[in-house]
Design a protein around this ligand. Structure first.
Ligand code: KIV
Length: 311
């Protein structure tokens, strides 16, 4: 299964060979860590991030996987779907996140049309995420029909995160953002997709918007770790869009979202406070102002006094 393409999965520590042993971050999350976590049944944590500051907080909190998701399109750039976001926009944000991330495994999402028009184009775009964005893997949506691309990326030494179920780049083809895998035929198709991706050697597999029973079956069947979003608790790991988690969105959250904070309200309060203080003349106060050095202030007083005397 997936282990064929990643022979280092489960490799003992003493078998590791590195040309950068000095200063190597021993806690760095790699594809091997993900596989080990699955085999030890240790839950894998994954969050999206799109900028330096957020990525630093996510990384320092010890989250295993950081995904620069194409959800960037909606939650940061204000588009109404993920379809318009471009390679340049995704690369720009991947680079910002790369500068922050030291421990987590960094995955960049390939945007719509960056891998849909041919295998060569897909590999060319994926290499940009690795070479110029510092990504350690790329994510693509779709199952069996993307296998040629997954094979080509793996051959190009680029780990691939698969993504099946509710795949937002297929919103027009799916007729909306709907839970997938609700009929026997749909379950069969999902299982076929999952097994095909596993065989092709994906380093992990996002299961989005599917019944927990189906996600549990897939998780038990594939060697690769599954990362669920709206797919129930039996997945090997869980991912959320960071803006949903911290309450920084402008739409009603989906059923599966758990809000851990209301950062939107905290920000609104802070912005309103700033406005009120400026309008009332309460900001900045003297302690928040810079002052001249004593000798410059004295010299300036002399100059002003002489000017007043001449007038
Ligand atoms: O773009 C994204 O944020 C994603 C996750 C929801 C998995 O694809």
């Amino acid at each position: 299964m997936g282990y064929r393409r990643y022979p280092h999965r489960g490799t003992a520590l003493e078998d590791k060979v590195s040309i950068t042993s000095i200063g190597e971050n021993r806690h760095k999350v790699t594809t091997a860590t993900l596989a080990e976590k699955k085999s030890r049944r240790e839950p894998i944590t994954c969050l999206t991030a799109y900028d330096y500051a957020t990525a630093r907080l996510v990384d320092e909190a010890g989250i295993d996987l950081i995904l620069v998701g194409d959800s960037l399109a909606q939650v940061v750039l204000g588009y109404d779907s993920t379809l318009p976001v471009t390679m340049d926009e995704m690369l720009h944000h991947t680079r910002a996140v790369r500068r922050a991330v030291k421990r987590a495994f960094l995955v960049a999402d390939m945007p719509y049309a960056s891998y849909h028009v041919g295998v060569k184009e897909a590999v060319r775009n994926a290499t940009k995420f690795v070479k110029y964005g510092g990504a350690e893997a790329v994510k693509i949506e779709g199952g069996e029909k993307r296998i040629d691309i997954v094979n080509a990326l793996v051959d190009a030494e680029i780990p691939v995160m698969g993504h099946i179920g509710l795949t937002p780049q297929s919103v027009n083809a799916m007729g909306g953002y709907k839970v997938q895998g609700k009929t026997l035929t749909a379950i069969e198709n999902l299982m076929r997709d999952a097994l095909a991706l596993d065989n092709a050697g994906v380093c992990c597999l996002v299961l989005e918007g599917i019944p927990r029973e189906v996600a549990a079956m897939i998780t038990a069947e594939v060697g690769t770790p599954t990362i669920g979003i709206g797919a129930g608790p039996e997945c090997d790991g869980q991912v959320l869009v960071i803006n949903d988690l911290i309450g920084m969105t402008f739409t009603n959250p989906a059923k599966f979202v758990r809000r851990y904070a209301d950062v939107g309200s905290v920000m609104s309060e802070a912005i309103a406070g700033f406005k009120q203080d400026v309008v009332a003349g309460n900001y900045p106060n003297d302690a928040e102002s810079y002052h001249l050095p004593k000798d410059t202030a004295a010299a300036l007083d002399d100059v002003l006094a002489r000017k007043r005397a001449i007038r």
